[in-house]
Design a protein around this ligand. Structure first.
Ligand SMILES: Nc1ncnc2c1ncn2[C@@H]1O[C@H](COP(=O)(O)OP(=O)(O)OP(=O)(O)O)[C@@H](O)[C@H]1O
Ligand SMILES: [Mg+2]
Length: 307
């Protein structure tokens, strides 16, 4: 069985594309076969997976053509599937073990034109039709990246996904965007023909320990309860104060959200998996995505595919 998870937040820049791409890598490391679908005309997830459409040099079919074809043809998505091109080795010719398990339906800017076709009969089901016909059963998981709004290009994945995972920074606007996604689903999942669509989880991104961030985290916890994937870990440690006294204190050993770290910006910029870095900073960064993959495997995937 294939589980379809989309990443969405009405706010931009909250790491939706990063969470989509690096989660794909983390699930691939567990031996799961992953299809990423880029539903954002910015095509950030496509580029970060090593696939860039170019009219002159790389005129590959993208999700834009798939959605056009899907008006008349079921299963049209299969024709635009292309492998992730992450490579390893000095020559850079060998696909990485992760890339072997990650396929992509890429995006390009032209996708913006599909947004204007929302009024056409059945338009909101076009992505669902494109994925129909059984060909997606080759994948354990489909991950869909979306743009920061709740318009037609986000509604199409909502019509087909099993779960929405909401990345958000710990700001008022991010939390508000997350709540808007939930409210939208509550109001419209049925209209979109997908009444079983659920929020799978909320991931805090770009975490920095400030009073404001703690305050927003508390608000998110109140709003989303257990759906907030708080990663915080603590342990009791003996702490010596300046006056020389020692006491047992609860010390945070892992932050509640994905930390703001330059290693993430570097990986996104260089279009590589976090596993391309083998130094301490790389290991620190990758640990966040191991936790997200744990959560997805244990809570969203059917038993038996929780590798
Ligand atoms: N934890 C982090 N630490 C440092 N930089 C980060 C972190 N998370 C994301 N970024 C950076 O923030 C920027 C936005 O991230 P990303 O593009 O993944 O967000 P997005 O939500 O997909 O944006 P958009 O709404 O434009 O689609 C990128 O440059 C990314 O590298
Ligand atoms: Mg994005």
């Amino acid at each position: 069985m294939t589980t379809t998870i989309m990443f969405a937040n009405n706010k931009g820049g909250v790491a939706k594309s990063q969470v989509c791409v690096q989660t794909a890598a983390a699930l691939a490391r567990r031996g799961l076969d992953v299809l990423v679908i880029d539903m954002d005309p910015q095509a950030n997830a496509s580029r970060r997976l090593g696939v860039v459409f170019d009219e002159a040099t790389n005129p590959i079919p993208t999700i834009s053509e798939v959605l056009l074809a899907a008006s008349s043809t079921e299963g049209a998505g299969q024709g635009a599937v292309t492998p992730c091109t992450w490579t390893q080795g000095d020559e850079g010719q060998i696909p990485t073990a992760e890339a072997e398990r990650i396929d992509l339906i890429p995006s390009r800017f032209d996708l913006i034109n599909r947004a204007d076709e929302a009024a056409a009969v059945g338009a909101v089901r076009r992505l669902k039709k494109a994925l129909a016909g059984g060909w997606t059963e080759a994948y354990d998981v489909i991950l869909i990246d979306t743009r920061p709004d709740l318009g037609h290009l986000v509604q199409m994945p909502m019509a087909v996904a099993d779960f929405v995972v909401i990345p958000t920074d710990a700001t008022f606007d991010g939390a508000n965007g997350a709540i808007e996604v939930r409210t939208f689903i509550e109001k419209h999942a049925e209209d979109l023909g997908n009444p079983n669509l659920r929020i799978g989880g909320v991931v805090v991104t770009r975490w920095r320990t400030t009073n404001e961030a703690q305050y927003q985290l508390e608000g998110l916890t109140q709003e989303f309860g257990d759906l907030l994937w708080n990663m915080r870990e603590t342990e009791m440690r003996e702490v010596t104060s300046t006056d020389g006294t020692t006491e047992l204190k609860e010390v945070e050993t892992f932050p509640p959200g994905i930390k703001e770290l330059t290693r993430f910006t570097e990986a996104d910029g260089a279009a590589v998996s976090l596993s391309a870095y083998t130094d301490e900073r790389g290991r620190t960064a990758i640990a966040f995505y191991e936790k997200i993959a744990d959560r997805i495997a244990s809570e969203l995937l059917p038993i038996g595919e929780r590798a």
